[in-house]
Design a protein around this ligand. Sequence first.
Ligand code: ATP
Ligand code: PRP
Length: 228
Amino acid sequence: MSAAESLRPLTMALSKGRIFEETLPLLEAAGIQVSENPEQSRKLIIATSNPGLRLIIVRASDVPTYVEYGAADLGIAGKDVLIEHAAQHPGGLYQPIDLNIARCRLAVAVRKGFDYEAAVRQGARLRVATKYTQAAREHFAAKGVYVDLIKLYGSMELAPLVGLADAIVDLVSTGNTLKANDLVAVEDIMPISSRLVVNRAALKTRHAQLQPLLDAFEQASHANVATA
Ligand code: ATP
Ligand code: PRP
């Protein structure tokens, strides 16, 4: 590693919103404060109280890309996002720690009154709308259910209401979004939480700077399990 490289701060990719909010206490546990809140500022590069660490603010689904290509040394992304990324880039990221933040579940949901079990039993070919095509494909393949997947980028809840799909695969936390749209969850696919991801090259070349941060995050994530 060159001298200039060793002086460069570590770059951590985060999305604003819940991941940023839930990462703040983890950073604080590592003795790190952030210089500004991305909800209020339009800045995309944010300094921290640790001159050896800066944050970049990217879309949640772009975090794995920044980290894999080394534009960020590390980042935090949901398991949902990581599964979809890994389908295109298997093994590209080191995922050492489940931080137990942004917890929810991936589930199949349908319109109230739609008999999902009967449709599956009868071998009907279901139309399923989702942003999570890889996770959905694996889930229905494992069940032996034939589906036509329709890729959407958001507002999946709308699809069964306007006849685009019979079912959706989406994230569920309180269930309020489903309820507000007369949908019901009929099957859980997997629990979801966010993980720390690390660039594979940085793991070797920037090990001395990364390790204290990984240790602090690991400790703080145990506290999250205890309070979950
Ligand atoms: P993008 O901006 O790339 O479309 P997004 O809108 O899904 O992503 P967020 O809503 O900030 O981004 O979600 C970030 C992560 O938080 C998700 O990838 C998921 O792991 C988790 N998450 C999403 N919704 C919930 C929820 N309702 N409760 C808890 N965690 C959630
Ligand atoms: C997520 C997800 C669901 C909702 C579920 O959306 O896509 O729509 O949370 O949460 P609930 O069960 O507590 O209602 P989010 O709030 O992140 O909005 P988004 O559409 O911007 O992703």
